[in-house]
Structures are given as C-alpha cells and as structure tokens.
Design a binder for this molecule. Structure first.
Ligand code: ZN
Length: 331
C-alpha cells in the first residue's frame, strides 16, 4: 500500500509545547509544488495518557476550532501528566472555505474514514489521522456543532455500542465528564465512514459534541467547549483536579422516529423552539409554498414525545432535509 504523503516535523515523544503543521503536498495551478499546511499542536509532560482533541472536521462549525486554538495558546506542560494532541482545523481546506466539505474535492471528512493514503485530498487527511494520530490516542474528543444548516441544543454525545458494552460505558463516562448542558446517547443516521466509528472500532474512548450551529458560535457555546475539554482531560488524569460538574439534562435517541424529515421545499415556520417539550402528534413546523399565496402550508408533527434537540437552521427548507430532531429525556 502507498505511504501517506503527509509529513510532520513535530516529535510526538518530546516534552514541552510544539506548534507545527501536517504538510500535505497539493500540486495545483496556483502552486505547482504547493502544500496544504494543517496546524497541529502537541503538549506533553512525562508519562500518562494521550488525548487527541479535534475540531474543524466540518469546516463551518466553530466552537471546536476556537476552543482548541485557545487551548494551544494557554495549556501549560506543567499542568499535564501525559500528552495532548490538538488538531483544531482537521479538514483545513473546508475550514478555510467556511464550508462543511472541502472546496478541493468535495470531501466530507466525517464520511471518509478510515481514508486512503493514495486517495483524494480529504481521504489522505482521514488516513493520516487514522494511521498516525489515532493509534497514539487513549481518548478522543471531536468537537462538532450544527454548521450552517442545523442548530442543536448544546450537547456532548456518546454512541450505543452493542458489540462492546465495556467501551460504551467508558465513552459514556467521558461524555458525562465533558458535562455539556445536555448529555446525549446518540443515534447516527449513517455511521459508515465517521471518525467516531473508526475510533470506536479500535476500542478508543470517543466523545463527540453538537454545541450549537447556524454557521457561527456564541460566547456561551464556546465556553461549554473550553470547559468540557478540560473536564475530559481531568477525567482521564491528564489534568489534575476534580471534574467540574453542573446539572446536565440526559437525552436519548432510541430510534429513527427521532428524525423529522421534510418531504417538501419551501419557507419554514417553526411552531416549536429548541428545548421545547413536545408530544407525539404535536405541530412542529409548517412549510409554505413560496410560489403562491392563498395555499395552506404543509404541517409537520412530532413522531414521538420528547424535546426538540435539533432543528433546520436556514429559513428555506428542501425536500430531504432534516427538519427537526426529537430526543427523549432520560432522567
Ligand atoms: Zn460536524
């Protein structure tokens, strides 16, 4: 098999703070012998576990990159027992473009794991993370939010892992330690190709988040990310001290009825807001035909009792879009 073309001058075994890049050759019209430089910081002190902390898996989700850029500046080796690998903008071309997917090859990084060393640019990034960074990590936090098209209640999440209940318990404990205002046992619409799935298949403790959305970040959601990252580092013993716990609402996504999918295109009027409790059959949203007046909007109702945990963000909706996510309170 071909070797991954990414090089990195950082010595992962050296104590101290190192800032550098993953250098991915990218020959193109405007730079014949050019490269994509993906920022990376490694902070290490002595022996202990390794945390791999990633943001920018999708390029239009900002809590992760902001919190990790802040951590790269401020986390001191003297605070640590172990190692922290920070990759704030994992799909760097997508972050640079302010897009979910890469403007170079259209790659959705979180659907291309484990990647290919001789594949498209985005597949090469996935392969490097899989083959070089993941094997070094004991715990991974991959920070997401809704991006331009979705908005979520701020939650940390772990997955149901029926084939590995021991790992499921460890992931859930780390997710609880992140201690976002909401804690979710999450069902994925399509788990194939996700970073999450690759890490879990390798029996790594994995925590993900959805911390907001709309293609921007707020002081509140960034604070949740910063605090959650430090809490996970305390939880695994890389940082000393107790995990700082506040009240967190436990949510579950038991099955497909959590998803309300639009079968129409038009203008969206939400009748329930994020965080609202709804009962099965309650009106969630109306979709108006924007080509005529005097037509009744199509009505969408909740498929189950629960809490509105996610919603379509833009004012216009298309057929096939996830309109809302209804999660079930677990406590
Ligand atoms: Zn994402």
């Amino acid at each position: 098999m071909a070797a991954n073309p990414i090089s990195c001058a950082i010595d992962f075994d050296r104590d101290g703070v190192q800032h550098g890049h993953l250098k991915l050759p990218h020959s193109r019209d405007d730079s014949a012998w050019g490269a994509i430089l993906i920022p990376i910081t490694v902070i290490k002190n002595g022996t202990g576990p390794t945390a791999l902390l990633t943001g920018g898996n999708h390029g239009d989700e900002y809590e992760g990159p902001i919190a990790l850029l802040d951590m790269a500046l401020n986390l001191q080796p003297s605070e640590l027992s172990g190692r922290v690998i920070l990759l704030p903008m994992m799909n760097y071309p997508a972050v640079r473009g302010g897009r979910r997917t890469s403007p170079i090859d259209g790659g959705n990084l979180n659907r291309l794991f484990p990647g290919k060393p001789d594949g498209m640019i985005t597949e090469k990034i996935a392969d490097y993370v899989t083959s070089v960074l993941l094997p070094q990590a004991d715990v991974i936090v991959d920070l997401h939010s809704g991006g331009k098209t979705l908005e979520f209640l701020p939650y940390a999440a772990s997955h149901r892992l029926p084939h590995n209940r021991d790992l499921e318990a460890k992931c859930t404990a780390a997710m609880q330690a992140f201690n976002a205002p909401y804690s979710m046992i999450m069902l994925e619409l399509d788990a194939v190709g996700m970073f999450d799935t690759e890490a879990e298949n390798r029996s790594k403790v994995f925590v993900t988040t959805e911390l907001g959305g709309g293609g921007s970040a707020t002081p509140g959601t960034v604070a949740i990310a910063k605090r959650g990252l430090r809490n996970v580092l305390r939880h695994v013993g890389i940082l000393s001290g107790e995990v700082e716990l506040q009240a967190s609402t436990q949510l579950d996504m038991p099955d497909e009825r959590c998803f309300v999918t639009s079968e129409h295109s038009g203008m969206l009027e939400f009748m329930a807001a994020l965080g609202d409790s709804v009962a099965e059959g309650d009106l969630i949203a109306r979709v108006y035909d924007i080509d005529r007046s005097g037509w009744r909007p199509v009505e969408y109702t909740a498929n189950r009792d629960g809490v509105v945990a996610g919603r379509h963000f833009p004012g216009l909706v298309k057929s096939g879009d996830t309109l809302a996510v209804i999660a079930v309170p677990a406590n």
